[in-house]
Design a protein around this ligand. Sequence first.
Ligand code: FAD
Length: 261
Amino acid sequence: MLAFMKVLQPKTVEEAYELAVKNKTAPMLAGGCWLRLGRRTWPAVIDMAGLDLLRYVKEEDNEFVIGAMATQGDVERFEPLQKFCGGVVVKGVKEILGIQFRNMATMGGSVASKFGFSDIIPALLAVHADIVTFKGGRMSMQDYMNYRERDILVEIRIPKVEVSVAIEALRISRGDFPILTGAIRRDDKGVELYIGTRPGVPQLAPKASAVLSEKGAAGVKEAALLASEELVYQKNSHASKEYRMEMVKAMVQRLSGEVLQ
Ligand SMILES: Cc1cc2nc3c(=O)[nH]c(=O)nc-3n(C[C@H](O)[C@H](O)[C@H](O)COP(=O)(O)OP(=O)(O)OC[C@H]3O[C@@H](n4cnc5c(N)ncnc54)[C@H](O)[C@@H]3O)c2cc1C
């Protein structure tokens, strides 16, 4: 249940940022889907409902732009993204719970929370999305994953570059949290392989990516083994470390098969 002592209601992003800096522990209440799970009583929350100006999904000349308050459902229904790069960004949201949930959970909340189990983050890494924050400005998704400043995520920008990408999430059953996630990208510079839900945040597997870039389909088995060895895997309530390390080998083979034909 979500409980708080005070609600702060900014009308602009600047105001939200100032409130966030002044109230260091106050979370931004966006869709509220995740925050609602907690048992804590917050001294204050920053209610983002007044920032409806950040609810958009649009196509510009060179980029798709997703505002922080756009819901996962808004993204799912946006036709140009259903086609872009095989619909990879839409695939990243579609597996998350049900339609009603996706109509509440925001893209800002989904990315800013940097969940290790995220279905969306691997997809955004693979399409080389950038994140725009109020204070820190524009940065790559990779940099944002290491960005620790208290800031407001304003929008997600995806370059309109059609490349070969694929994502996968392994679940025990539909609607559950994933136990392993992965994304792959092949472009004229080579192959990038990202593995998430280890259960840590999605990370590039650099050695496996290099082998796939250099050897292509002939390097898939080697890359699969490297991906299971070069990243840190741990157990949690959903899977053991050993299970993840085995499953990632099969996942890398499937993902590679999709982009290396
Ligand atoms: C039961 C359950 C199952 C889930 N399963 C999955 C799953 O299988 N796969 C998956 O990918 N995700 C899953 N999620 C996560 C979900 O997709 C959303 O990521 C999550 O609910 C956050 O979105 P929200 O809008 O509800 O954020 P909120 O709950 O409102 O906020 C979450 C966090 O994000 C911060 N935040 C919100 N907006 C901003 C902003 N603009 N700038 C900076 N910080 C911000 C808040 O301070 C807070 O810390 C699940 C969530 C729940 C509750």
